[in-house]
Design a protein around this ligand. Sequence first.
Ligand SMILES: Nc1ncnc2c1ncn2[C@@H]1O[C@H](COP(=O)(O)OP(=O)(O)OP(=O)(O)O)[C@@H](O)[C@H]1O
Length: 419
Amino acid sequence: MARKIGSRYAAHQILGRGSAGTVWLGEGPEGPVAIKLLREDLASDQELVGRFVQERTALLGLEHPHVVSVRDLVVDGNDLALVMDLVRGTDLRTRLDRERRLAPESAAAIVADVADGLAAAHAAGVVHRDVKPENVLLDMQGPLGPGGSHRALLTDFGVAKLIDTPRRTRASKIIGTPDYLAPEIVEGLPPRASVDIYALATVLYELLAGFTPFGGGHPGAVLRRHVTETVVPLPGIPDELWQLLVQCLAKAPASRLRAPELAARLRELLPLLAGMPPLDVDEPGAEQPEDAPGAAEEPEPGPGPARSGEPVRRRGAIPLVPGARPAGSNRDTHTSMRVPAPDELAGGARGTARAPRASGAPRPGSARNRAAVRRRRVALSAGALALAAVVGVGAWLATSGDDADANPQDTKHSAPATP
Ligand SMILES: Nc1ncnc2c1ncn2[C@@H]1O[C@H](COP(=O)(O)OP(=O)(O)OP(=O)(O)O)[C@@H](O)[C@H]1O
C-alpha cells in the first residue's frame, strides 16, 4: 500500500537505502519521482536534518542533464523528505561491484558526464565535497552513450558547500569519504572546486583499476597517503588517459583541470579508447589489511576483489550516522573527522600505497613475500599505533565543531546555508 508523504506525494516501493534514510519510488502531481525519506529515529538529529535542507538549498535553480534535481522538500509531522527526479537505473558503485573494472571508454564516458554535472554545480558556486561512485546514478532507460554506457548523473549534495564562503581559520574538521579526499582537505584548507576534480579523478582510477589509488587499511593511513604519496601507474593504460589522471590527482589544487576541461579532454579521448577491454590489473598487495591497526580482529579484505567471489568490501570510513549502515550493505559513507596535525601526516602508519600490478605478476602477499612483510610490519607497528592514537575512531566520531565556516551539518546548527 502506498505511503503518503505530505499532501502531494505517495511512496510506493523502496528503491534503495542510504545511511540516513530510504529512497522510495513515488508519485507526485507531475508524475513519478524518487523520495528520500529521513529515518524516523533520526528526525530529531539536527545534523541530518541540516543535510537534507542543505541538499535542497545547494540545488535550488540547478537544472542539468547530469545532476539529479531536487524538486521539493516535504516536512510533515515526523516525516522529512527530499523529492528528486527519478533515475531509472542503478548507482555506479553497484555497477562497479558487479563488473570489478570498467572498459576505459565506458569509464571515461561516465566520468565525462559527471564532470559536466560538476561544471554546472561549480558555475553555480557549489562544491559537492562527496564525489564517489555511490553518488553517481546511471540512467538505464535513456539512450546508450559511448562504449555502451548509460547517462550518468551526480546526486547527493547533502554536504555540498558554497565555494567562496569566507573562512577565518584553518578547518579543524574534515567532511568527506577518506578514499576520495583531496590532500588540501586533509591539510585543513577550505574546499574549492578542485577537491571535486581530485575526487572524480579518484573515481576514474577506481573504475579502471577496481580499487582507489590511496585507499585501504586504517583511515588515518589513507589520509596520509593522499598528502605524501604519488599515484602508481596502471599497467596498460593509454598514456593520454594516464596523463589526464595524474594531472587531476595533482597534490597542488591549481594544477588540476577544471571540470569543463576535464569533460572535454575525456570526450576527445573516447575514439582512442573505443573497443579497449578493461585493464588487466590484479588486486593490490594482499598484505594490506594485515598492516592496519586492528586488522587481526577484522579479517575483511581491503580493496580489490574479495575472496570467494564476494563483492569488494572497502574499509576506511566510519559512518556519520551511528548505526546507519543499511542491512546487507558494505558501503562506506561520508565521515566527519578531525584534521590531522602536520606531524601526524609526515609520519607513516603504513608504508606505501598498494602498487597495482599486471595480472600474473608475483603477488605481494604470496608466501615468498610474507617474511618480508612480517619484518616490515614489526618496523611499522610503532608508527601505526601512534597514528591510530591520534586519528583514532573515537576522535573521528567525537570531533569538536570549531570550524569557522562549517556547514550546518558540521556544527549541529540547524540553519542552512543560503546561496
Ligand atoms: N533520484 C534517484 N532515483 C532513483 N534511485 C535513487 C535516487 N536517489 C537514490 N536512489 C537509490 O537509492 C539508493 C540510496 O541512496 P542514498 O542517496 O540515500 O544513499 P547513498 O548515497 O548510497 O548512501 P549515503 O546517503 O549513506 O551516502 C541509491 O544507491 C540508489 O540506488
